[in-house]
Ligand binder design. Structure first.
Ligand code: SAM
Length: 202
């Protein structure tokens, strides 16, 4: 990463930290960018832009990569627009300001990256798998949900957190039982699921 990019990325991280905006952990972003390079990913659909950090990091790791990313929070979306401009990545990162559950895209991608409302993962997966190319991947972040997924649910005092943890557990079962994909959950960052679409045999 060139020095100025490094400075700007650090500024985005500081902004996220100061404003309590959840962005990917370092380990997670390293995994994602390495995955993109290793699998020669050409285009990504990201659900959950926040302020554009992961989209920018993905774009910087691979010079021809194109990304379409969706965010429903206006303030975060506007911040993402600014950040993407700072990196001159407007031609490679397309931002959509909307609730992803209301978005219909015709384009096909070789990677769908789900990093939005954790309780909605199954809905995002079912909605956007139609945008996946035959040999594509769906990656989902926060499978451990800050370690809470490994806790006894009765020990989690917040009702809403218990609800999210239950939904993530439902998502894990959904992925394991989904015979169209092979899913591996990696013990990296906050837990990353990689679902690889199986080749269809006719
Ligand atoms: N991928 C980002 C990164 O690492 O830089 C972080 C994304 S943050 C964990 C999740 C974002 O998803 C939030 O900004 C939230 O507003 C957005 N979000 C949640 N549900 C959404 C939905 N249904 N449609 C669009 N955006 C959504």
């Amino acid at each position: 990463m060139v020095e100025n990019n490094f400075y700007q990325i650090n500024e985005i991280r500081k902004y996220a930290n100061a404003n309590k905006i959840p962005i990917m952990q370092n380990e997670g972003i390293d995994f994602l960018t390495t995955f993109i390079i290793k699998h020669q990913i050409k285009n990504v659909l990201e659900i959950g832009t926040a302020i554009g950090y992961s989209a920018i990091m993905m774009a910087l790791c691979s010079p021809n990569l194109k990304i379409t990313t969706i965010e429903r929070d206006e303030q975060r979306y506007l911040e993402a627009v600014k950040n993407i401009k700072k990196f001159n990545l407007e031609k490679r990162i397309t931002l959509i300001f909307n609730d992803a559950l209301n978005v219909k895209i015709d384009e096909k991608f070789d990677l769908v990256f789900i990093d939005a409302a954790k309780a909605q993962n199954i809905r995002f997966f079912e909605l956007f798998e139609r945008n996946l190319l035959d040999n594509g991947y769906i990656i989902t972040d926060n499978m451990y949900f800050h370690g809470l997924v490994h806790k006894n649910i009765k020990e989690i005092s917040s009702r809403s957190l218990r609800g999210i943890v239950r939904k993530i557990n439902d998502y894990i079962v959904f992925l394991k039982n989904n015979d169209k994909y092979t899913t591996t959950i990696y013990d990296i960052g906050d837990g990353i699921a990689v679902s690889e679409k199986k080749w269809e045999v006719f």
